[in-house]
Design a binder for this molecule. Structure first.
Ligand SMILES: [Cu+2]
Length: 318
């Protein structure tokens, strides 16, 4: 929030600076007057009599009503302007990229309706373009929030949808959060916004559409199909919206949104390691999440789990 990376976040940051500046100025003036009065009018050692009692001053009362009024107006005008600008809707804008965001306990689904592409956890967008969001939830109330790009927007459990939009002028990866307590793994319900060049975005869309692949070992492929693809979709398979789409999972910024993929190991772990961590202990990583345990509930052996992890780590987009 304090390092805004786009116009929507900048307007919130400007409001914060304006209100904090006004607060500091008021604080300094009030405290200076209070300090002056304390020193100037304190009781002298030999003073015994009651000081003169002053009541009611028309001038002062007008002064301390009008000044706050002016300050409130100074705050209100840009705030109302920014609030209406933040609620802008680009859903009918031909140049905007439309993304349907669905909150799930505890992951984010992103559907690119104009491209027929669905992904999870990584929201890939072309830098500088307006992204028109339509937000809803599959279960409870969540709130979609990318602090460095924009304010929050709720996903309502009553079936209504919310719309808003933002853009990310600079290429980069921005961290997103669920900002509404939604269950035991709410704190791990993270996602990333990946702002890339227009050419890279087109390339990403095309590779997301390439046909699904399976593990080479036929026995493992069979297990994967029967145990995992009942919930998860990949490549050109129809997406049931019941679990994160796994297309190109090896190229993602994270596993399950929270285990950061980092080959240098400085800020996370390599993707293969994260996939193993996830598949061997999903409840340990995200307590209360809705994926069955591969070992206990799907009867997979450690070798099979590691084999699937290796296959998924190698399932990259190019
Ligand atoms: Cu949440």
């Amino acid at each position: 929030m304090l390092r805004p990376q786009g116009p929507a976040a900048e307007s919130s940051f400007d409001l914060m600076k304006l209100s904090i500046t006004i607060m500091i100025v008021v604080l300094l003036i009030v405290f200076s007057i209070a300090a002056y009065v304390l020193v100037r009018f304190r009781r002298k050692p030999d003073q015994r009599e009651m000081p003169e009692q002053v009541e009611g001053s028309f001038k002062l009362e007008v002064l301390w009503t009008v000044i706050p009024l002016i300050l409130v107006v100074v705050l209100a005008v840009p705030t109302v302007k920014a609030v209406f600008a933040a609620g802008n809707d680009h859903s009918n804008d031909k140049n905007a990229i439309k993304v349907k965001v669905t909150g799930h306990q505890y992951w984010w689904e992103f559907q690119y309706t104009d491209y027929g592409v669905t992904t999870a956890q990584d929201l890939v967008i072309p830098a500088g373009k307006d992204i028109a969001f339509e937000l809803s939830t599959k279960d409870v109330l969540h709130s979609f929030w990318v602090p460095s790009l924009s304010g929050k927007m709720d996903t309502n459990p009553d079936g209504t949808t919310n719309r808003f939009s933002f853009s990310a002028p600079n290429e980069g990866v921005y961290r997103g959060k669920c900002a509404e307590l939604c269950g035991p793994s709410h704190g791990f319900m993270e996602f990333k916004v990946k702002s890339v060049s227009e050419a890279e975005f087109e390339k990403w869309v095309n590779s997301m559409k390439s046909p699904a692949v399976l593990p080479e070992d036929p026995a493992l492929a069979e297990k994967f199909k029967s145990q995992c693809l009942t919930c998860h979709a990949m490549g050109d398979m129809p997406d049931m919206s019941s679990a994160p789409n796994l297309t190109g999972i090896g190229s993602r910024e994270s596993v399950a949104g929270i285990l950061l993929n980092d080959d240098t190991g400085v800020d996370g772990a390599p993707v293969l390691e994260n996939l193993k961590t996830w598949l061997h202990d999903t409840q340990g990583v995200k307590p209360g999440n809705k994926m069955p345990d591969p070992k206990k509930d799907m009867n997979l052996s450690d070798e099979e789990i590691d084999g699937i992890a290796e296959f998924l780590a190698g399932y990259t987009l190019d």
